[in-house]
Design a protein around this ligand. Structure first.
Ligand SMILES: C[S@@+](CC[C@H](N)C(=O)[O-])C[C@H]1O[C@@H](n2cnc3c(N)ncnc32)[C@H](O)[C@@H]1O
Length: 497
């Protein structure tokens, strides 16, 4: 096949996926006792990379690593290649090609990512994908493969079946999306979960709605089937890149062989899918000969580093355990009870975008919590609560502390990637933690102008001079206030020093 028409006609959304960022993968692997490569000096392959929206920001973040992306949609690959040229990145290549017919000279990789591919390709391509992971992974390499899970899709498949009943494949993709949206608008679902999803889909991107709900192929897999298929290709399940609302705890497992313990873990994972109605997994796989993986160990968090972009509107109680909430930048409202964990999160949020190692962060947290009456230590119970919060992706795990951008005295400077993304409305701007930011028009214009040659005042004047509606309709003082607000936001996102 020369190209994939459906993605040429309605390209995917160019999004970064924080769960697939190589240092995050290495951090999750560490929690399972598995030593992965250093993301700063690694080879990374993405299969089904679309325009490179996920891979390109990684390449900018790790200039000494090498990135290769492959996708069968010619239009998407060409768009990505043009963007790479514009951003001036030399350590990334996007290739137009088929996962089922990969070039022989790719070499081996420390990380292989296939996000949003496994469930959406024919069986032969799925087999080729697993086979490529085994043959192209280095001995301690990690593959991250996401897929739709049968447990959850038993419910959500109802929406897909309904939309396909009314679909007219002869129409162009956007007409089909419009048709699907009108079916959603005219339908009231009895099941609350379905109604919630339908409401979400009414405003979701056309591309997501089309490729998830109207595509020819969307095959959900049980966890057990996925693990068995990976096993046939010499790959083992290592863990999950999340986020997840619960995790497996193996009890009474003393005396079990490592093999039996592993099997019990896998059974428990499958059971969790049924209990949670899991509909999507981001599974990590390793080579069969890399050793037998084990569940996450909370104690291993002591060797990690952390960052968090969080806020809480609660009057936090650092002395006693009581449920309070923190909100992530993605808008998730997450519960926290352990008093020391609340202090730990406050310390990290206050330091954002700094990454802090465990010792330093917990030291500050103990100081803060004790000031308000906490009498405990950072014991096992705290580490278990921290691991739960990590699982929910309320904070971010790192294996190392990244170098901070140097602060610009007068004239803020954003990276060439951030400026290139900001200048193109179709591309999301990615923050230092590989998260897409929801930037308005002024924010984009401002960021695109931050090449280090303009002071904050000059940036304010420039924005006011933009023609027509694009210009800030404001007094010089108001414009200066807007600019300061954006600068503070960009600083917290690690986009400027
Ligand atoms: C659902 S999109 C996911 C894109 C991106 N990874 C993401 O998650 O945003 C699936 C991608 O896989 C690509 N694809 C499908 N079949 C392929 C194949 N046989 N070889 C290479 N790429 C393929 C499509 O062109 C599309 O870009």
């Amino acid at each position: 096949m020369d190209t994939l028409q459906s993605y040429d006609e309605l390209p995917y959304d160019r999004l970064p996926f924080p769960e697939s960022e190589p240092d995050f993968l290495a951090a999750i692997a560490s929690l399972h006792g598995f030593g992965a490569a250093d993301a700063r000096n690694a080879r990374v392959l993405e299969l089904g990379c679309a325009q490179g929206g996920n891979l390109i920001p990684m390449a900018a973040r790790y200039p000494d690593s090498e990135f290769v992306g492959i996708d069968l949609s010619r239009v998407q690959v060409e768009e990505g290649q043009a963007f790479i040229a514009q951003a001036g990145l030399a350590n990334i290549r996007l290739l137009h090609g088929d996962i089922a017919a990969l070039p022989d000279d790719l070499g081996e990789f420390d990380f292989i990512i296939a996000h949003g591919v496994y469930s959406w390709v024919p069986d032969a391509v799925r087999e080729a994908l697993l086979s490529a992971c085994r043959s192209l992974l280095k001995p301690h390499g990690i593959a991250c493969i996401s897929f739709n899970v049968a447990a959850g899709w038993r419910t959500y498949g109802g929406i897909r079946r309904l939309l396909l009943q009314h679909d007219r494949p002869g129409l162009c993709p956007m007409q089909r999306v419009e048709q699907a949206r009108s079916v959603l608008a005219a339908t009231a679902f009895e099941d609350e979960r379905l109604q919630k999803e339908a409401d979400y889909l009414k405003n979701a991107s056309a591309s997501y709605l089309f490729h998830e709900y109207l595509s020819d192929i969307n095959k959900a897999h049980s966890f057990g089937q996925f693990v068995a298929d990976a096993g046939r290709h010499g790959l083992r399940y290592l863990g999950e890149a999340g986020p997840r609302r619960a995790r497996v705890a193996l009890e009474n497992d003393w005396g079990l062989s490592a093999e039996a313990r592993y099997e019990r873990w896998l059974e428990a994972e499958a059971g969790l899918d049924d209990a949670l109605d899991t509909r999507f997994r981001r599974a990590l796989l390793v080579r069969h000969d890399a050793g037998l993986p084990q569940p996450q160990q909370a104690g291993l968090l002591k060797g990690m580093a952390f960052s968090a972009e969080l806020a809480s509107e609660d009057e936090l109680d650092f002395a006693e355990a009581c449920e309070q909430h923190f909100t992530t930048i993605a808008g998730d409202h997450l519960p926290v009870s352990h008093p020391l964990l609340k202090a730990f999160l406050v310390v990290l949020a206050g330091a954002c975008p700094q990454v802090m190692d465990y010792g330093r962060a917990v030291g500050h947290a103990l100081e803060l919590a004790r000031e308000y009456g906490y009498r405990g230590e950072a014991h096992a119970e705290f580490l278990e609560a921290l691991l739960d919060f990590v699982q929910m992706q309320g904070l971010r795990l790192h294996t190392f502390i990244p170098q901070r951008m140097s602060a610009s005295a007068d004239s803020p400077r954003a990276s060439s990637l951030a400026r290139a993304q900001a200048a193109m409305p179709a591309w999301p701007v990615t923050n230092a933690f590989h998260v897409a930011l929801d930037l308005d028009e002024w924010g984009r214009r401002l960021l695109a102008s931050m090449d280090g040659s303009l002071s904050a005042d000059a940036l304010g004047r420039k924005l006011r001079k933009e023609p027509g509606e694009a210009g800030i309709q404001a007094t010089p003082q108001q414009a200066a206030w807007h600019v300061q607000r954006y600068l503070e936001f960009f600083r917290r996102q690690g986009l400027i020093g």
